[in-house]
Design a protein around this ligand. Structure first.
Ligand SMILES: Cc1cc2nc3c(=O)[nH]c(=O)nc-3n(C[C@H](O)[C@H](O)[C@H](O)COP(=O)(O)OP(=O)(O)OC[C@H]3O[C@@H](n4cnc5c(N)ncnc54)[C@H](O)[C@@H]3O)c2cc1C
Length: 479
């Protein structure tokens, strides 16, 4: 009997997909790997049974959400894949004695569906990856997802009150957060496990400890409406200096997001934008401000103008072309256009993959006051590589995404070397290797660029505790 048929027999009561039927589960954004079989449990008891069988027969498994990972984390040719797509139940919203609202949710619900649902009831679940309309809640927890609003609200970790998990030995456990998640650091960091409380390594575990089968999420009251601005600059230093100066007004402005798109990323927005008139050959700062009673519209515009003018005293022509979204549909258009940046980069990566090239991206982060030094370093190095480079993202967190689009293998190798040097520099400046996407299978080498052997040994002990036989997501995080 072939290996796959043998696996199919073990799980026969759960109608596993094998051979060609696994095709829809073989690719994320960067890797295509054929799993031994795909299982799609219909409920918690099926999921428990499946993991027990994995533990009994020592069958490795990789949990998956909607497979939007950009690191190969959700695909595998060394295991079965367990899709959480049918586990979508959502509880009523409840409040504790202190008035904190929460909701219990299974991992297969689409993040945007969950967010729309709680917003219709007057609440807010902040984690907002740009892929929010394509990702499952479980995937966002297992990657500690962040987004543009993480500048103010922090990462997914800040909103997890408890997790129900099944570890790789098949044991079910509810793990409560002891401290208030809102008191945790809002720093982005996703290179290996976060060794805080018992719950912490699971958030950002990239499937390596077992499977998250339900989560109790903290909900905030729905905030006031946001206003968004796209401000344009003739060059990178001016845009970055403006970002730094606006960061100083984050409280006064109720700033919720502070993002950057370099000239190439802005061009991707411009080409895909239908309604927004984006100038050519410019650099963009994207701001989101919550409407509050403490500052009125005119004062916001005056403050933005004054800061702009302080950096570009002789030329405010691009300030006049700034775009301003006030109502909900305009805000959605801004988001849509912003989302085109990673989406276009991923499309180009796929096209170039067939020629031996592809995308080499990084999501290192540095303390905010080191961002200019970091950009000076990276632009000098990057100028020697004949690749398109698009930089965009969470500049307010010192966390831009640098994307090299290589058209052949040589350029890809050079881009990888460049990326490693950037990570080393970021770590030397007090930052980290990875702020958002995790290490998955393609960046396991970055773990040792940030952490000492002793730190990595501690992470391995956590892995050993929950998954002593190394069954859960083999190849993720630890090479
Ligand atoms: C265009 C684009 C834009 C993106 N923008 C952002 C962004 O702004 N911010 C951001 O953080 N990410 C972003 N991403 C990356 C990706 O969307 C996130 O990592 C997302 O959280 C993954 O969710 P998913 O449902 O697709 O999970 P998957 O890709 O299926 O899985 C991701 C990881 O989680 C594990 N996993 C999934 N479900 C479970 C579970 N129930 N239990 C245990 N482990 C599990 C998998 O094993 C895998 O390691 C972007 C991706 C794309 C393609």
């Amino acid at each position: 009997m072939s290996h796959n048929l043998h696996i199919a027999k073990i799980f026969s009561q759960f109608s596993p997909l094998i051979n060609d039927d696994t095709n829809p589960y073989e690719s994320d954004v960067v890797l295509t790997l054929k799993p031994w079989a795909v299982l799609r449990p219909k409920n918690l008891s099926e999921l428990k049974e499946i993991i027990k069988l994995c533990a009994l027969h020592k069958i490795p498994f990789t949990p998956c959400g909607n497979q939007t990972s950009v690191t190969g984390a959700s695909v595998s040719d060394q295991s079965i894949v367990i899709s959480t797509e049918k586990l979508k139940s959502v509880s009523e919203i409840s409040k504790n004695s202190e008035g904190l609202a929460s909701i219990q949710v299974e991992p297969g619900i689409l993040l945007s569906d969950l967010q729309d649902h709680v917003e219709s009831l007057g609440y807010y679940y902040p984690p907002d990856p740009t892929s929010r309309e394509e990702v499952f809640l479980g995937g966002t927890i297992a990657t500690n997802a962040t987004g543009e609003n993480s500048y103010h609200y922090g990462s997914t970790r800040n909103y997890i009150l408890s997790l129900d998990v099944i570890d790789a030995q098949g044991q079910f456990k509810t793990i409560q957060r002891q401290a208030s998640p809102l008191d945790l650091s809002k720093k982005k960091n996703l290179a290996g496990f976060h060794l805080g409380e018992e719950i912490d390594p699971w958030i950002g575990s990239e499937g390596t400890l077992g499977i998250i089968c339900s989560a109790k999420l903290l909900l905030l009251p729905k905030p006031n409406p946001f206003q968004s601005f796209l401000l344009f600059f003739p060059n990178e230093p001016d845009a970055l200096n403006f970002s730094n100066s606006i960061h100083n007004f984050r409280e006064k402005l109720s700033l919720r997001c502070l993002e950057y798109m370099d000239i190439q990323a802005t061009e991707y927005m411009r080409l895909k934008s239908k309604r927004l008139i984006i100038p050519k050959d410019v650099y963009t700062i994207y701001l989101k401000i919550e409407e509050t009673s403490s500052i009125d519209q005119d004062s916001i515009l005056e403050l933005l103008y004054n800061e702009y003018n302080a950096i570009l005293p002789d030329d405010d022509s691009l300030f006049d072309q700034a775009l301003f979204a006030q109502d909900h549909s305009e805000l959605l258009e801004f988001r849509r256009v912003r989302h085109h940046v990673p989406a276009t980069i991923n499309e180009l990566a796929t096209i170039n993959k067939s020629m031996g090239g592809g995308k080499v991206s990084s999501d290192w982060w540095v303390p905010n006051d080191k961002i200019i030094e970091m950009f000076t370093f990276l632009r000098e190095l990057q100028a020697n590589i004949d690749c398109k480079c698009a930089i965009f993202g969470h500049i307010g967190n010192g966390h831009p995404h640098v994307n090299m689009i290589a058209t052949n293998q040589t350029l890809k190798d050079q881009s990888l070397e460049f990326t490693k040097q950037c990570i080393q520099k970021a770590v030397s400046l007090g930052g980290g290797a990875c702020g958002e996407h995790g290490l998955g299978k393609i960046k396991t080498w970055a773990l040792a660029l940030q952490w000492s052997n002793q730190d990595i040994d501690q992470m391995k002990q956590v892995k050993q505790f929950w998954d002593p036989c190394n069954l859960s997501s083999p190849g993720n995080i630890f090479s």
